[in-house]
Design a protein around this ligand. Sequence first.
Ligand SMILES: *[C@@H]1O[C@H](CO)[C@@H](O)[C@H](O)[C@H]1NC(C)=O
Ligand SMILES: *[C@@H]1O[C@H](CO)[C@@H](O)[C@H](O)[C@H]1NC(C)=O
Ligand SMILES: *[C@@H]1O[C@H](CO)[C@@H](O)[C@H](O)[C@H]1NC(C)=O
Ligand SMILES: *[C@@H]1O[C@H](CO)[C@@H](O)[C@H](O)[C@H]1NC(C)=O
Ligand SMILES: *[C@@H]1O[C@H](CO)[C@@H](O)[C@H](O)[C@H]1NC(C)=O
Ligand SMILES: *[C@@H]1O[C@H](CO)[C@@H](O)[C@H](O)[C@H]1NC(C)=O
Ligand SMILES: *[C@@H]1O[C@H](CO)[C@@H](O)[C@H](O)[C@H]1NC(C)=O
Ligand SMILES: *[C@@H]1O[C@H](CO)[C@@H](O)[C@H](O)[C@H]1NC(C)=O
Ligand SMILES: *[C@@H]1O[C@H](CO)[C@@H](O)[C@H](O)[C@H]1NC(C)=O
Ligand SMILES: *[C@@H]1O[C@H](CO)[C@@H](O)[C@H](O)[C@H]1NC(C)=O
Ligand SMILES: *[C@@H]1O[C@H](CO)[C@@H](O)[C@H](O)[C@H]1NC(C)=O
Ligand SMILES: *[C@@H]1O[C@H](CO)[C@@H](O)[C@H](O)[C@H]1NC(C)=O
Ligand SMILES: [Cu+2]
Length: 638
Amino acid sequence: MPFSYIFLVVALFFSIVPADVTPPGRYDYGFSVDLRLRKREPSQSPIVTGLPRVNGTSPIRPDIRDLEKDEDGWNLFILALNWMQFTDQDSPFSWYQITGIHGAPGLTWQGVSPTAGNEHSGYCTHVSILFPTWHRPYLALYEQVLYNIAQYIVAYYPLELHDRFQKAADNFRVPYWDWAAAPPDGESSLPRAVAGPSTIDITGPNGVQTISNPLFSYVFRPFNGSTFPDYPYNTWRETKRAPRPVNSPNATSNNSFVEEALGTHLPSFQQRLYNIFTNYPNYTNFSNEAWIPSDNNGTYDSVESLHDAIHTVGGGVYGHLAIIAYSGFDPLFWLHHANVDRIFAMWQVLYNNTYVVPQPAVYSSHTTSPGQTEDSQTALTPFFSNATHFWTSDAVRDLEVFNYTYGDVFNKSRADVVALIHKKYGNSTPASMFLSTDRAHRHMSRHAGHLSQHTSQTQPHRANGLSWNSQTSAHPPLSAVFKGNKYREWIANVRVNKQAMGGSFSIHLFLGEAPSDRTSWPVASNLIGTLGVIAHRGKDGMHGMSSGRMVAGTIPMTSALMQMVSLGEIPSLHAEDIVPFLKDNLEFRISLTNGTTADPRDVDGLGISIISSMVTAPDSETKLAEWGEVESHFDLFV
Ligand SMILES: *[C@@H]1O[C@H](CO)[C@@H](O)[C@H](O)[C@H]1NC(C)=O
Ligand SMILES: *[C@@H]1O[C@H](CO)[C@@H](O)[C@H](O)[C@H]1NC(C)=O
Ligand SMILES: *[C@@H]1O[C@H](CO)[C@@H](O)[C@H](O)[C@H]1NC(C)=O
Ligand SMILES: *[C@@H]1O[C@H](CO)[C@@H](O)[C@H](O)[C@H]1NC(C)=O
Ligand SMILES: *[C@@H]1O[C@H](CO)[C@@H](O)[C@H](O)[C@H]1NC(C)=O
Ligand SMILES: *[C@@H]1O[C@H](CO)[C@@H](O)[C@H](O)[C@H]1NC(C)=O
Ligand SMILES: *[C@@H]1O[C@H](CO)[C@@H](O)[C@H](O)[C@H]1NC(C)=O
Ligand SMILES: *[C@@H]1O[C@H](CO)[C@@H](O)[C@H](O)[C@H]1NC(C)=O
Ligand SMILES: *[C@@H]1O[C@H](CO)[C@@H](O)[C@H](O)[C@H]1NC(C)=O
Ligand SMILES: *[C@@H]1O[C@H](CO)[C@@H](O)[C@H](O)[C@H]1NC(C)=O
Ligand SMILES: *[C@@H]1O[C@H](CO)[C@@H](O)[C@H](O)[C@H]1NC(C)=O
Ligand SMILES: *[C@@H]1O[C@H](CO)[C@@H](O)[C@H](O)[C@H]1NC(C)=O
Ligand SMILES: [Cu+2]
């Protein structure tokens, strides 16, 4: 390998040069070698093939926290991301164009032409039966582009390190960020490198260098203000999260705020995920947030609506992540969506007999108009499966078609996956409290449970000023929660017109008085949860939409109410105690991504109703909780 020889010489020479000669930016692979190889780039193809297996099995997409501990894998990942972000924006395999497939600037990728009227839309499908399936080949394309770069980078390493890095490159798969799992002690939910700083030290073929951190933001090179036509996005040359000062060209990301908000929402994310895994056996209900009026008020949530909340909380006021069309550029989008795909894969293990059924599209995409029927054979554009055809939902049903897998599904039975769900996401549900209580104790409480039915009228009172805090765990007596092996799940059902505010917005639900300072709503200690709605910009704007885009989601309240029970503020979780308490203490507020607030009466289609279901707790961690009939209690707002 002559390159490597030259490289060694160059590396020796450069090793005596002070590190701060190169300003942070792209990793410097070595001067002469780089010059010599500049005209060559990793070979890329628009056909999404998936990647080669390794030793006969599909490599696992890692949790980003585990990848960070794998030094070689981590270095290659960061180097490949950095390379992709510095690839000329004119290249179809640049960060700009791959992430630009999703929404803005509405580019036509690899000649996959728009249908009439959809020239300015991205290709992504939202409020659509294709929401989970379209993002699967999208991630596979992204993974393939990075994999090819990683393979190429191996050649830059000194010869004696080739085998080691080749192995890391062959096993490369994109990491996911599990926003519903409790972070390790002392860490926040946001993975460390994502939060910043804007530079990162990395050990590459040319030794340790400080380069721009490709997980912190994407810096446009160059930035064209017409990508994001509205102020202040048209003044920022990089993606931002919770930017401060609000509404200023000089704003910088406040990832500390995002970390705090994610922590505040953790119980809510966990409950939603647990409920979706246990109570959404039908793909239509599971997959997307379109509101389908039915006699059954029990399935307002969906993986898409939960995913929206991570977009609005992770992006914050004015963050790119909080706006559908801008979100793809933020590196956090990809960690988030890998997690959504993992959740989809786990759900598929639980419910493998239900899938895409024909439904009309609600929004336009680059190749779809509202009203057009989408089904399991619809082309998932622009993701080619070969030179002439596109992937379809049927073709991506088994994720191993792309030769990757997740540790949570690989070689796992249904019972294994259920046990993982309890372990990772069961913390905030009474079901796990039941499971962690031994049988003898349960037997005693079965009798006590009947006594608790006698608990009399609660004195209505305001919860404000109580020491309730979404972050502390509740240990109420079993008898206050269970009747036999059943408990009641409490949920706020929300439905609203997605374009009601001409942009993304959030509905915050509080137990007690909402803080007067609206900027503190996402981190308020008495916040029960948030329904985040990520919308397109403009009521009718660049995506050519009309009115009537009704979407639905939930804000589970059980965890918060358990807190109140364990604090002695409410005698029990039973309906006779909870309903009067909720009537007196629930408050909600609406905030927009432009930092303003909205009067609920101005929010088209808004309805918030309080429902509950009796749930039978599982007697083993390998069994799912079983949900009973839905009871509608009262409307908080109609
Ligand atoms: C994915 O794995 C299958 C089964 O081993 C193999 O036939 C296929 O070629 C692999 N795909 C790629 C791109 O290597
Ligand atoms: C394949 O398996 C062999 C034997 O276990 C191992 O030495 C090798 O590193 C593996 N290859 C890769 C690319 O992981
Ligand atoms: C910016 O993008 C617009 C729309 O795509 C294009 O017309 C314009 O030429 C671009 N400007 C520059 C400086 O590239
Ligand atoms: C942004 O920063 C520049 C340079 O510090 C300053 O001149 C300008 O007034 C600031 N703009 C705003 C809107 O704060
Ligand atoms: C950033 O967020 C932190 C944590 O919420 C907060 O204390 C700080 O004031 C914020 N900084 C700015 C500039 O808003
Ligand atoms: C959603 O689920 C409920 C109950 O599980 C069911 O009655 C309803 O038909 C489902 N709706 C759709 C559109 O699948
Ligand atoms: C569903 O909820 C609505 C209020 O949002 C209520 O009017 C309706 O009666 C409920 N349906 C059932 C079957 O409980
Ligand atoms: C669903 O899972 C069962 C049990 O694991 C398996 O026998 C069956 O083939 C699967 N069905 C599909 C459509 O994957
Ligand atoms: C899921 O719901 C859809 C729409 O209501 C229905 O067509 C389909 O048969 C349901 N699937 C199962 C497995 O019940
Ligand atoms: C491309 O894929 C389609 C659908 O899987 C198949 O019918 C067609 O024969 C393939 N074409 C080529 C050139 O391989
Ligand atoms: C799959 O799981 C079984 C039982 O847990 C284990 O014995 C087997 O080695 C596993 N197979 C692979 C390929 O990991
Ligand atoms: C925020 O958005 C709302 C709804 O689109 C609009 O009425 C309001 O004027 C905007 N406020 C600011 C400060 O941009
Ligand atoms: Cu998304």
